[in-house]
Design a protein around this ligand. Structure first.
Ligand SMILES: CC(C)(COP(=O)(O)OP(=O)(O)OC[C@H]1O[C@@H](n2cnc3c(N)ncnc32)[C@H](O)[C@@H]1OP(=O)(O)O)[C@@H](O)C(=O)NCCC(=O)NCCS
Length: 179
């Protein structure tokens, strides 16, 4: 499901101007729960999970798989980025492609952190899998996510109905190597 091929994980932390992208650790567990229990974060993602269920079921080190980045600001987790292959995506155009997902704590929205972190993660996957396109699916009503997708260079493949809402599938083609 998440197969990106042979990849060293956890990765060497990636540093951007303001952030660090790294593999998850036990100290991130509380923020994973906060993210996944947040109604605001899950407005366009099918709703949050109950906090007590998350407290019971969240592994000691959550999200520890290649392509699952924790985004850190000033030493504390503020969000996640997920890069995984979708072998059985419901849209044929996305099948077998690497898919980008992102979740950030509402208190850090509107600062450009998601854009900064996603650009770095796309650079990482571009180095790992040169020439591969990346896909992204999001609800069209999710304005922040749609703006982010455009900023990152995703272009529309199609719109479709699923889970009772209009969805957008975008693709980001690899940057052509310069001469
Ligand atoms: C989708 C999501 C990640 C977007 O977060 P965000 O903070 O709005 O995204 P960005 O990083 O692009 O930052 C947005 C704004 O920060 C502003 N900003 C402030 N300071 C900035 C800075 N120093 N640099 C860049 N932008 C800055 C920008 O103007 C930008 O606004 P704009 O898009 O209107 O131009 C966030 O809403 C989220 O986590 N949602 C819940 C999960 C979800 O729905 N995921 C989608 C499914 S995959």
């Amino acid at each position: 499901m998440t197969d990106l091929g042979p990849v060293a994980w956890p990765p060497v932390p990636i540093r951007t101007e303001r952030l660090v992208l790294r593999g998850s650790e036990a100290r991130d567990r509380a923020v994973f729960i906060e993210l996944h229990a947040s109604p605001e974060v899950h407005t366009y993602l099918g709703g949050p999970r109950p906090r007590d269920e998350l407290e019971r079921e969240m592994p000691a080190v959550p999200g520890r798989w290649p392509g699952s980045f924790v985004v850190e600001l000033d030493g504390a987790m503020i969000g996640r980025i997920l890069l995984r292959r979708a072998p059985e995506h419901r849209r044929p155009a996305a099948e077998g492609k690497v898919d980008l997902g992102y979740l950030f704590l509402p208190r850090v929205w509107g600062c450009g952190y998601a854009a900064e972190a996603c650009a770095a993660a796309l650079g990482w996957v571009g180095g790992l899998l040169p020439g591969e396109p990346v896909v992204l699916a999001t609800q069209t009503a999710n304005v922040g996510s749609m703006r982010l997708a455009a900023k990152l260079g995703f272009t529309e493949v199609e719109r479709f109905q699923a889970w009772g809402a209009e969805q957008w599938l975008g693709v980001r083609s690899p940057v052509a190597p310069s001469d």
